[in-house]
Design a protein around this ligand. Structure first.
Ligand SMILES: [Zn+2]
Length: 229
């Protein structure tokens, strides 16, 4: 690095010191937005975790989702909530890529193979508000480390789904039904990894998976950065 670059970097560090988005500690290098201690403090999903088993059972029973791979447990007020908050509302898009790389490493570790990575699409209106789709950023990070092709073009959100939190489980299902349309015949016979940020009820991922299966996909693996109760 030449001295001019070093000089410019030191000015940038002075104006925008690189701080961990979770604990606000000064990061000792300019790589990343979360310090190693905070990454380490987030509870990981393991195969015997009740939340994982419950969510997986709920998804695979429908036979539209065949497998579930998740990285972290989403806890209210926990470190991962702060990480996701920085991604969703503070526009720290690099955090999405970093989460994706970690999710991709987990998929590699499990030997998961697939033909395409499909991020859960945001509705156009939300996309305009936020400027980017956080699931797509995560999928981009997954793509970097797994080399599975990223195919955001395969599925599209048809209608604007209102916020789900005030609805009953049944209402949520009705709300999500037919919410997605598969754009392409390119999924016939393919194994697809559906990438989401946080899976809670699983109704979004089921609806998306259903549209892909209808279009001929043979196997759907749901991959999420986190699981929430
Ligand atoms: Zn930290």
């Amino acid at each position: 690095m030449d001295s001019l670059q070093r000089f410019l970097d030191s000015i940038l560090d002075f104006v925008y010191p690189p701080l961990c988005v979770v604990c606000s500690r000064l990061l000792d290098n300019r790589k990343g937005y979360v310090c190693p201690e905070c990454w380490g403090s987030i509870q990981k999903v393991h195969p015997h975790l009740p939340l994982y088993l419950e969510t997986r059972n709920k998804l695979v029973v429908t036979e539209v989702v065949d497998e579930l791979v998740s990285l972290f447990v989403f806890e209210k007020e926990g470190a991962f909530q702060k990480v996701v908050h920085s991604l969703k509302y503070s526009g720290v898009q690099a955090v999405g890529l970093e989460i994706g790389r970690r999710l991709g490493a987990l998929l590699n570790e499990k030997g998961v193979q697939a033909d395409a990575l499909v991020p859960i699409p945001l509705h156009k209106r939300k996309l305009r508000e936020r400027g980017y789709n956080q699931s797509e950023l995560i999928a981009r990070g997954v793509c970097e480390v797994t080399s599975i092709p990223l195919r955001s073009d395969l599925i599209r959100r048809k209608k604007f789904t209102q916020t789900q939190t005030t609805l009953s489980l049944e209402e949520r299902r009705d709300n999500m039904e037919e919410a997605f349309a598969c754009e392409s015949s390119g999924v016939r016979g393919k194994t697809v990894i559906l990438v989401d940020d946080i899976i809670t009820t699983g109704s979004t991922i089921q609806s998306c998976a259903g549209a892909l299966k209808k279009a001929g996909a043979v196997r759907i693996i749901a991959a999420s950065a986190a699981l929430a109760e």
